[in-house]
Ligand binder design. Sequence first.
Ligand SMILES: Cc1cc2nc3c(=O)[nH]c(=O)nc-3n(C[C@H](O)[C@H](O)[C@H](O)COP(=O)(O)OP(=O)(O)OC[C@H]3O[C@@H](n4cnc5c(N)ncnc54)[C@H](O)[C@@H]3O)c2cc1C
Length: 491
Amino acid sequence: MTAALVWFRRDLRLTDNPALSHALNDRQQIIPVFVHAPEEYGTWTPGAASNWWLHHSVTALAAALSKRGSRLVVRCGSSIETLRQLISQCGARRVYWNRCYEPALQRRDKAVETALEDLGILCFKFNGSLLYEPGSLQSGAGRPFRVFGAFWKACQRLPPQPEPLPAPRRLPPVAPDLQSVSIEALQLLPRPRWDAGLTQAWTVGEQAAAARLAEFVSGALKDYPTLRDRPDTFGTSRLSPHLHFGELSPRQIFHAINQWQAVTPSAGSIRATEAFLRELGWREFAYHLLHHFPQTPDRPLDSRFEGFPWSRDYLDALRSWQRGRTGYPIIDAGMRELWSMGWMHNRVRMIAASFLVKNLRVPWVEGERWFWDTLVDADLANNTLGWQWSAGCGADAAPYFRIFNPILQGRRFDPDGTYVRKWVPELATLPAKSIHQPWVAGAPTLRRHGIVLDRDYPPPLVDLSESRRHALEGFQSIKTSPRKLPPGRVP
Ligand SMILES: Cc1cc2nc3c(=O)[nH]c(=O)nc-3n(C[C@H](O)[C@H](O)[C@H](O)COP(=O)(O)OP(=O)(O)OC[C@H]3O[C@@H](n4cnc5c(N)ncnc54)[C@H](O)[C@@H]3O)c2cc1C
């Protein structure tokens, strides 16, 4: 047996981990390694909520490895230097890892590979986080797909997903003299501690991810097509942070969902399976787009939007939005949910993003950055797609003139106001008919409920129809030139 490093990154699990399984199949004496090098993420270093999750996820991985007789070696510093050092300390001749797809991390990985190969080290790389390798699919014209429907159809024509790989039962021990820093030393937890809401909302790690998947499949999945848009229920899986950190693979989800469908065959279960897998498909599409258009976390895909007349003086409006004080209860509920638990329901993400970009005319990158710092599932591909979609400047985006009306959206998707009551407690006693627009209830009614507008809850930050008109005028000013999309990196 020769020594080999298994370099854990965005694959913090033992089940269905191709790098780990291949290293074991190759009969290697494996040394599991985690290297903390946030500066290697370029301008998108992980935010505070992500770091909180990472701390707990690495802790859970370390515990799972030691239960099987191994040990996670944790180090801090440049990946190239750290891996080189480890190789010289343990005599490893091979390094195994699962690929990352963020542009900065791809560049980092390429540099690592070149440096290690110069030392005569063999590098083995796998796809551990996506159903389909980005770059492997192209349209009939040989171009990257820009329309989700066509992309997803092409994915479904590909061979079926292989079965997930089992977790190893036992792992070889790691020599005690191979030094590791403590996970606390990575300083991932916030100072001062503001993470009580996150701790209350989430259990982190591979085991928790598997439990959440099982709970979703046996519970909410059957109603997913009808309840997935309702923030007032537990209608979605909440698997996004587990998926982002690779505590479970999309392949495990794919098989769990299909197995459920096979044992509960009905038109309803087929519909639910298709609807849910389609959302996983959006995740695949996001990675496909990031691969072909690596500039899009910072630049609009549709270059006409480079010249959009954003509001010049938007800091106060941005701050009100961030703090959940826009005066539109469904948005404020979402922004407070985000602040408290590091997550927001997808429907509310769309409403809140549309409001920021269109009604407040704040540049979409400001919203993208705020989500990046506050979401536990912050994901460069998905966040970029979500914001460019909302702003109307991405691939297959919402047309610019589609501007969500937060009052109508609230009434439709939170009809009793349950969601608003939970996150905006100062409005909790208002009746359903005024909870999505408290100002129309009139001062005397509001007073009866203990609310004085401006003192307890803000009046609307902007008038919806006037701000909508300004947004559409802004769009008219850039619309004169035809829609311009770059050709994209050809596979
Ligand atoms: C402005 C905006 C920003 C977003 N930022 C992120 C982000 O940083 N990270 C992130 O994971 N998702 C992001 N999303 C997509 C989506 O909101 C979340 O993936 C979803 O809310 C996660 O909840 P869930 O796991 O319960 O989803 P479910 O409905 O249970 O879906 C299952 C999985 O499918 C994937 N998925 C679902 N919807 C989408 C979508 N629209 N785009 C891409 N993948 C999707 C996710 O991995 C999700 O976990 C964003 C959406 C918007 C509108």
